[in-house]
Design a protein around this ligand. Sequence first.
Ligand SMILES: C[S@@+](CC[C@H](N)C(=O)[O-])C[C@H]1O[C@@H](n2cnc3c(N)ncnc32)[C@H](O)[C@@H]1O
Length: 280
Amino acid sequence: MACLPTIMVANEHSEISTAEFAQFQKLIYKIAGISLADTKKVLLVGRLGRRLKSLGLSSFGEYYRLVTSSASPGELQTMVDLLTTNETYFFREEAHFDFLARTVLAKHPANAPFDVWSAASSTGEEIYTISFVLADTLGLDANWSITGSDISTAVLATAERGLYWLERTRGLPQSYLRKYCLKGVRSQAGSFMVAPEIKRHTRFIQVNLNQTLPAMGKFHVIFLRNVMIYFDADTKRQVVARLVEHLRPGGYFIVGHSESLNGLTETLRTVKPTIYQLPE
Ligand SMILES: C[S@@+](CC[C@H](N)C(=O)[O-])C[C@H]1O[C@@H](n2cnc3c(N)ncnc32)[C@H](O)[C@@H]1O
């Protein structure tokens, strides 16, 4: 089959040359470690095309020059926000939260601090799911914390706000909604806000897993779920090595159900598929 140099989708910013696409592939790999396959051209055109239009630019080449120029440093972040995939939902891969409550917390000494890191937290559903489990198991006044981090500042802002649509609560037990959330009224009808008593245990910071990490402290559990699927083996290995440094001895490292640490680290032992532990 002949190789087409450009692709077309139904909008005016629809053409991207093979060379332009390759430039964006290299750039997002260099910044975020994200490997954008050749088959993702339509996705890239869809996500960046609207941005080109709103900026009044006529080609992806022009947009590439803009994001790589020092004149508009914020635009690079906007590009990262647009090119990252942020799908998430409450109680996604629920077995992990059962494990947290029944195995990890069940043997955690009462009153001892308990710290969790959700290292690609997206819009916050994962952080608040963990919070609800901790609040229910350890109590609202106990000494626990959750750090949520992501490369995308747009999703972090949503996570920090903690405001969600009720129609997007699939998997979230009503009892948690009643105990730990405030129902929106009037202009906020149809939404709910995570209660301040939960939020005070959370903090949000921008962390690029593809770079040297800032001082993060040590954690009892690190969730790194559904982000390694975007990385190649080399990047996965480096990211895992960076994060393992932030696990407490005996701490757990949890990855997504379609992910595995096989061949990526020798430091952690497998507890069960997708759940690993740093030996004491
Ligand atoms: C599909 S979401 C996963 C959200 C959540 N962990 C879950 O499992 O539902 C992947 C997240 O990883 C983030 N991400 C991608 N590359 C990253 C990087 N290099 N550093 C930090 N976060 C990254 C994206 O911005 C996105 O919010």
